[in-house]
Design a protein around this ligand. Structure first.
Ligand code: CDP
Length: 242
């Protein structure tokens, strides 16, 4: 969030022409990587993210094993070419934090107790970023886990809301994120309305928070339907191509 101001809302519309509660266009492809157990390519506007899942497989090193359940490892990585200024390759504090909160967002749906001593590895690669990459990554990872056949209670869906020019809006793009007043990513299990991630950068009044959460939850439900449809499409194709 930058101090300088640019006008983000003109004549009741956002710069992109979107309405306040409108998602960016979404594209989901399931099973795009041959060597992963499950995978998903997820586009959210100009964000492009790829998730690959391996496992459950034996956890190494062994002292990290959990005798009662699988351990989920989640690695979020932003490609150097995914942002305007080249990003220095490798992990940094931001990617470590995003990896941790994303793992925690997905943990509650994975039936980890079925696979003691194993690791379920989730890799998210952000190929192009335009704000909301952690939410795109969670959406991709959730579908990739299902594609890998990992037993899950449900999918997790994620989107951010934010505040720009005093208005609460859904799914900020990078300009809105940079010059807006607040950004609040949310993840939830859409069918049970269970929130599994909620972060906030900036400030919202109580009523803005409440309205924003409602808008985010509606957005998550829409994304959930698209995730389901993408999985159904892949698995209803005869022969599954491989
Ligand atoms: O991507 P997300 O909104 O989950 O996380 P963020 O930390 O709020 O970053 C917002 C946006 O800032 C990213 O999506 C990128 O477009 C941009 N960014 C960047 O240009 N360079 C970085 N090193 C980190 C973020």
């Amino acid at each position: 969030m930058k101090e300088e101001k640019i006008e983000l809302i003109k004549d009741g519309k956002r710069l992109s022409g979107r309405g306040f509660e409108e998602l960016r266009p979404i594209k989901i492809d399931v099973g795009v990587l041959k060597r992963a157990d499950g995978s998903c390519y997820f586009e959210l506007g100009n964000n492009k993210a790829l998730a690959a899942v391996y496992g459950p497989r034996e956890m190494h090193p062994r002292h990290f094993q959990n005798a009662k359940m699988a351990v989920v490892k989640y690695r979020y990585n932003m490609a150097p070419f995914s942002v305007d200024d080249r990003k220095r390759p490798g992990p940094d504090r931001r990617s470590q934090e995003i990896s941790m909160v994303s793992r925690k967002a997905l943990d509650p749906v994975i039936l980890r107790e079925l696979y003691p001593k194993t690791a379920i590895e989730v890799y998210v690669e952000v190929l192009q970023s335009d704000a909301g990459t952690r939410t795109a990554g969670i959406n991709a990872a959730s579908v990739a886990l299902a594609d890998a056949g990992i037993p899950m209670k449900d999918l997790v869906s994620s989107v951010a809301i934010g505040k720009i020019d005093g208005e609460v809006v859904l799914d900020l793009d990078a300009k809105e994120d940079n010059f807006g007043e607040a950004d609040m990513p949310v993840a939830m299990i859409a069918r049970t309305n269970t929130i599994t991630l909620l972060q906030m950068d900036g400030r919202l009044k109580k009523e803005e928070f409440e309205r924003g959460l409602k808008i985010a939850m509606t957005g998550c439900r829409k994304i959930y339907e698209l995730q389901r449809a993408a999985l159904v499409e892949k698995y209803s194709k005869s022969g599954n191509e491989e």
